[in-house]
Ligand binder design. Structure first.
Ligand code: GRF
Length: 192
């Protein structure tokens, strides 16, 4: 059985598109049940519509977090999503959402966690002066970028790196790491 992935994103969606590409190339035995975004103008949401994938904007404005999360869960459950992949989703998930997909929410972060959680991880790495950076795929818990690690990949930090050049090198690695982590996490598992 192909696992049905629900993707949450807030922005450009390059990780979502990389996962989709690997599915379409037959490397990842999965399907994307739907894409859900908290940002109406997210390019990733538009890309999902163009790819023919059910895409939902859930408006967080002026609502309690639980209510907003309930609507996201309803979208995902309505499309039969079994595992949730965060791909540039810029919100911390609360109890309501975590309880709906226990142990089945995955995130990718552009640093070698536990180093540099939170925003601007690449800038944090440059400011600190580390020689190696990278990305981490991990299970999501109630903390910020803090759940168990599923996969990591390393890239060097070069002497003349800018935040952009380092971010691009890491992003390329993210695109090759996320789908493998999803494959390893989902294979040989039954999801109801
Ligand atoms: C990526 O760097 C990811 O690690 C982080 O947010 C960024 C999303 O980029 N969580 P994209 O929208 O997938 O292009």
């Amino acid at each position: 059985m192909r696992v049905r992935l629900g993707v949450l994103l807030s922005g450009r969606g390059s990780n979502f598109l990389a996962i989709l590409n690997h599915i379409r190339k037959g490397r990842l035995q999965a399907s994307i049940a739907c894409v859900v975004s908290d940002t109406d103008s997210a390019p990733g949401l538009q890309a999902a519509r163009q790819a023919g994938i059910p895409a939902f904007f859930v408006d967080p404005a002026g609502r309690k977090r639980g209510e907003f999360e309930e609507e996201m869960v309803a979208c995902l459950a309505g499309q039969g999503a079994q595992v949730v992949c965060l791909a540039g989703f810029m919100r911390i998930l609360g109890k309501r959402f975590l309880a709906a997909f226990p142990g089945r929410i995955i995130n990718i972060h552009p640093s070698l966690l536990p180093a540099f959680p939170g925003l601007h991880a690449q800038r944090q790495a440059l400011d600190y002066g580390v020689r190696y950076a990278g990305c981490t795929v991990h299970l999501v818990d109630a903390g910020v970028d803090s759940g168990p690690v599923l996969a990591q990949a390393v890239v060097p930090v070069l002497p003349d790196d800018t935040e952009d050049s380092l971010s691009n090198r890491i992003l390329e690695m993210e695109h090759d790491t996320y789908w493998r982590a999803i494959r390893d996490f989902t294979e040989n598992k039954e999801f109801a």
